[in-house]
Design a protein around this ligand. Structure first.
Ligand code: AMP
Length: 114
């Protein structure tokens, strides 16, 4: 069980944020340190520490995260394209121990990501 987790606090309403999406499975809100003109985080309400901890029972959550990302990309007019990122664990650049998907858009992106 995760305890001191900023995204869990957002789920629990203990840290205020402007929600862009809220349903039974996921929330979406703007990243506090945006790395692109549009930088949105999509998180599950369920406490899942990282991508590597996902199980088959979480498939509806993952599906919903992708649906919400697609909808928000459309709502924010990211017609030229966008990038979805899930950093997994320290080696993957994850800093908040609660699964989250970054939706980035409004600029061009290089590859490899660095
Ligand atoms: P990651 O490095 O993949 O774990 O990404 C964590 C992201 O959470 C970073 O882009 C942070 O800027 C963002 N972040 C941390 N705290 C908050 C917060 N209270 N509200 C919105 N975004 C946050």
């Amino acid at each position: 069980m995760l305890t001191d987790n900023v995204f869990k606090k957002i789920v629990d309403g203990q840290i205020p944020t402007t929600l862009l999406h809220d349903d039974d499975l996921v929330l979406a809100f703007k990243d506090i340190h945006p790395q692109a003109k549009i930088h949105i985080l999509i998180i599950p309400k369920k406490e899942i520490r990282t991508h590597a901890d996902l199980t088959a029972e979480d498939l509806p959550i993952i599906a919903r995260m992708h649906q919400v990302a697609q909808k928000l990309a459309n709502d924010f007019g990211l017609k030229p394209g966008y990038r979805l990122v899930i950093n997994c664990d320290r080696g993957g650049g994850q800093t908040v121990p609660h699964l989250h998907m970054h939706l980035l858009g409004g600029r061009s992106f290089g590859w490899p990501p660095g």
